[in-house]
Design a protein around this ligand. Structure first.
Ligand SMILES: [Zn+2]
Ligand SMILES: [Zn+2]
Length: 248
């Protein structure tokens, strides 16, 4: 009998494959050229990185474990800052099941709406966008785990993908865990981190939130214990200076 976590991951995988399969079958049937869904998938991959950054910024900075609906996620992200390397010890099923279940819940009605309202190339592109976006968001926690992993323990090819900027790099994510704890929130490819941090987009949003509500983000207080690491990031040897340099 499958565990709740395995069921969540399997349901999410089925929903993603259904979206992508519908798109592929529209291309195979000649109802759509391949270019439209390919372009949509690339756009979804890019925007999923931005979406993970916005979500990560929100749960890192606002609310707490008692916040309705998002409380467990906020507590998990705060816990990650205190014990960052534990993410590499969890199996992927444990890391991904909650996001996979949420993706399945969102994708089923989205796919039904696309099928009911769009046809041909538009439908193929929309299904490809929805399936790729959901897949990238679900897998972002695995990409995040690999950003904390030691180089020698990475699966074959992952280090090359990190180096090429296809997946968020270990060096870039290590900067997120350094003072002042207010950068590099995106965890799919990290392609949006440069522009978001250069133009201080999140800091501008934090100022707007503060002026309108009086609520301060956690990143304004560098001494907030919730940001501090409480364990070594290199439990079995300092072989990964690039990724762990300066990590607290
Ligand atoms: Zn964080
Ligand atoms: Zn992290």
């Amino acid at each position: 009998m499958l565990s709740v976590r395995a069921r969540g991951r399997r349901t999410g995988s089925a929903a993603v494959l259904s979206s992508l399969g519908t798109s592929a079958s529209l291309v195979a049937s000649g109802a759509s050229p391949a270019a439209a869904p390919l372009a949509a998938a690339l756009a979804a991959y890019s925007l999923a990185d931005l979406a993970t950054g916005v979500y990560h910024w929100l749960v890192d900075n606002y609310g707490d474990a008692s916040t309705p609906v998002w409380g467990p996620q906020i507590a998990a992200f705060q816990g990650h800052h205190r014990y960052p390397s534990t993410i590499t010890a969890r199996d992927p099923c444990n890391n991904l099941h909650a996001l996979a279940r949420a993706a399945a819940l969102a994708l089923v009605p989205v796919d039904a709406a696309i099928s009911a309202t769009a046809g041909g190339g538009g439908a193929a592109a929309a299904h490809a966008f929805a399936g790729t976006f959901a897949a990238c968001v679900v897998l972002s926690q695995q990409f995040h785990a690999w950003a904390h992993e030691k180089r020698r323990r990475l699966p074959p090819g992952v280090e090359a993908l990190q180096g090429a900027g296809v997946l968020v790099s270990r060096a870039q994510h290590a900067a997120h865990h350094r003072v002042p704890y207010d950068s590099n929130y995106c965890i799919v490819s990290g392609m949006w981190n440069g522009v978001l941090d250069r133009y201080r987009v999140f800091q501008a949003l934090e100022t707007v939130v503060y002026l309108r509500t009086g609520v301060r983000p956690r990143s304004w207080d560098e001494t907030d214990a919730s940001w501090m690491e409480e364990e070594s990031s290199a439990p079995d040897g300092p072989d990964d200076e690039e990724a762990t340099a300066g990590v607290r």
